[in-house]
Design a protein around this ligand. Structure first.
Ligand SMILES: Cc1ncc(COP(=O)(O)O)c(C=O)c1O
Length: 458
């Protein structure tokens, strides 16, 4: 079998295959917004499409490619593993390489977190963390935040603060209580009964890039200690240097009881995640030989994922990517803030490291304000396409809308980007913002038509 020739020979069928066998509605969306470019290869921060055009990837697979796409060191390690015929997933034994990755993760994790459970995804890690917390405390209640995103399996969805995902799935897990993010008083009110198993929180919320006040997470830590609640930090997206520190909790010197990780851990090659718990929690779950499989999975410790994980951690360290994320993030944020000074549609630029949200809001000038209001009346979710669509179509930069109804564009570049990549993005943003500030104009016409079309196309 020649897989490369096979894929090449069927390139023209990509969208038909997806329409027919996978997700036709997603194909419609891609085609409507012009994101159907059929990418064929990638290296570092750049994708190449089937026409040979290069695209700057400021999405990084939703934060998977922190070390850049197709990193040669991880590729070499995986080739070595393939050539070594490893005894992967024997299941009724344990492997050396999973021990090594667990050791490496425990040494990176804050405080005394050391007991590792490997997963295949972020949501699976959240499920495991919720189960561990319930078993360790013998309580059932879980407190979570409005706007939180922890994945889409049923347990994770029960602590997801976004109605568009929860809808049509109810009733979800009982005893899951939402509180506003960044509100320690509301958190205390929810925990003060002393009957809550866990408080689960993203240190920086991914949907919208919301950063808490500096005292929020330290206070949450103290409240969890006071009321015997397990603090779960979901760092599936913020982990491994994304926010300019190895883990986002490091910004506030907070040590959670359970840290949930995934996304960037395997360099984007193989599904992989991990939760790292305090030993006392782990010991309460796995408290006898009978219960050695109290929680388990089939693929979690597969040798190829473990090897990719070890190689990725090596690259993060060797290339100083955590420090680079902080430095490049500051550079881009400063550039965006300068743009915000000249473009009234930008209301706020927020972020840490290379997780940055650009918040748009109603402008002051009369005609632009009228355009904003009209567009939001037609479709409250469409404005950001006026930024992301031309960024890709005209300037070859891939970005995303941060969530429903937020008017926020989010960037998650690979941590390997350099100043020229950042300048390329800032120059593209400048051009796109210039067009968006010309009302009436073709940018507004295009997005208004799109808003009407998508509102109608049930
Ligand atoms: C903070 C957070 N938690 C959990 C998840 C779910 O991860 P996965 O899609 O791998 O299940 C995500 C995914 O975007 C996430 O950002």
């Amino acid at each position: 079998m020649d897989i490369i020739s096979l894929v090449k020979s069927r390139l023209g069928d990509t969208y038909d295959l997806h329409r027919r066998y996978i997700n036709p509605q997603f194909v419609r969306v891609l085609q409507v917004i012009g994101f159907d470019r059929n990418y064929t290869s990638a290296k570092g921060a750049w994708l190449k499409d089937k026409k040979g055009a290069e695209v700057l990837d400021f999405l990084a697979g939703f934060g998977v490619f922190n070390i850049g796409r197709n990193h040669p060191l991880v590729a070499r390690v995986l080739h070595d593993m393939l050539d070594s015929d490893p005894a992967s997933m024997v299941q009724m034994d344990v492997g050396t390489i999973s021990g090594l990755l667990a050791e490496a993760l425990a040494s990176l994790a804050p405080g005394d977190l050391e007991a590792v459970f490997f997963t295949n995804s972020g949501a699976e890690g959240v499920e495991a963390a919720l189960k561990f917390a319930r078993q360790a405390t013998r309580r059932s209640k879980v407190v979570y935040c409005n706007h939180a995103f922890h994945g889409l399996t049923l347990g994770a969805l029960s602590v997801n603060g976004n109605e568009e995902f929860r809808g049509r799935n109810e009733p979800l897990l009982p005893d899951c209580i939402p509180v506003p993010f960044n509100d320690p008083e509301a958190l205390e009110a929810a925990l003060s009964g002393g009957d809550v198993a866990a408080f689960i929180v993203e240190p920086i919320q991914g949907k919208g890039v919301f950063i808490p006040d500096d005292d929020y997470l330290p206070r949450a830590r103290r409240l969890c200690d006071e009321y015997g609640t397990i603090l779960i930090a979901d760092e599936v997206q913020t982990g491994f240097g994304r926010t300019g520190r190895m883990f986002a909790v490091n910004h506030w010197d907070v040590v959670p009881d359970i840290l949930v990780l995934s996304k960037a851990l395997s360099g984007g090659y193989i599904p992989l995640g991990a939760i790292i718990s305090k030993r006392a929690i782990h010991s309460k779950v796995f408290d006898s030989m009978d219960r050695c499989f109290a929680h388990s999975n089939t693929f979690g410790q597969n040798d190829f994922a473990m090897a990719a994980g070890l190689a990725t951690l090596h690259v993060l360290e060797q290339e100083n990517l955590v420090e680079r994320s902080a430095r490049m993030g500051d550079y881009i944020k400063k550039g965006l803030e300068e743009l915000a000074g000249g473009y009234e549609l930008i209301r706020d630029v927020r972020g840490k490291g290379l997780m940055i949200g650009i918040q748009f809001g109603e402008p002051r000038s009369y005609t632009l304000k009228a355009g904003w209001k009209l567009l939001h009346k037609i479709n409250a979710d469409i404005f950001c396409q006026m930024i992301t669509m031309p960024l890709l179509a005209k300037h070859h930069v891939l970005t995303q809308v941060a969530g429903h109804g937020l008017d926020t564009v989010k960037i998650l570049p690979p941590l390997i980007i350099d100043k020229s990549d950042a300048d390329y993005f800032l120059e593209a943003m400048d051009q796109v913002l210039k067009e968006a500030h010309s009302f009436p104009g073709s940018a507004w016409t295009t997005v208004t038509e799109l808003g009407i079309r998508t509102a109608k196309s049930a």
